[in-house]
Design a protein around this ligand. Sequence first.
Ligand code: ADP
Ligand code: MG
Length: 155
Amino acid sequence: MELFIYSEAEMEELGEKIARVLDLNDLVYLIGELGAGKTTLVRGIARGRGYKGRVTSPTFTLMNVYSTEHAQINHFDFYRLNYDEICDLGLEDYLDRKGISLIEWPQVGQGLLPEEALFINIGLVDDDYDRERKVSIMAQSKEYQEKIKELQKLC
Ligand code: ADP
Ligand code: MG
């Protein structure tokens, strides 16, 4: 599905809707250049699951964990990491077992990550940071495609 998002607040609202279709051990990949709005969308997803604290990209820590009574959210950003550092994260301990995992810049971890996930691409329009964002949400597996159908009903 594709939609256009006109503000930071609207991006957070989309995140809150996405949070409603995600299940406990789901995996989401967020793709888009710096400043596209990936972390903003993560903030909305965390809020949607009841998280009240700050949501910013992990910079000095390798990942952020947002725990609420409704889920644990694991927030990764691979932008500053190299392949070896990603290997050392012990990702397999998090994916599938410890809650919803949201990964910015999954391309950096290519080969280390499962192929089955919800793919969210956030693009600028005309390379203009002051304009709306084009958000494309895709999935290859039937399970995630069903979640997209659910999301379409909410949007
Ligand atoms: P990323 O994680 O992709 O690098 P961030 O979410 O940290 O990006 O930052 C996005 C920036 O773009 C924020 O400063 C936000 O205010 C701004 N912005 C402007 N328009 C939008 C929009 N339509 N959606 C999301 N963010 C927007
Ligand atoms: Mg970010």
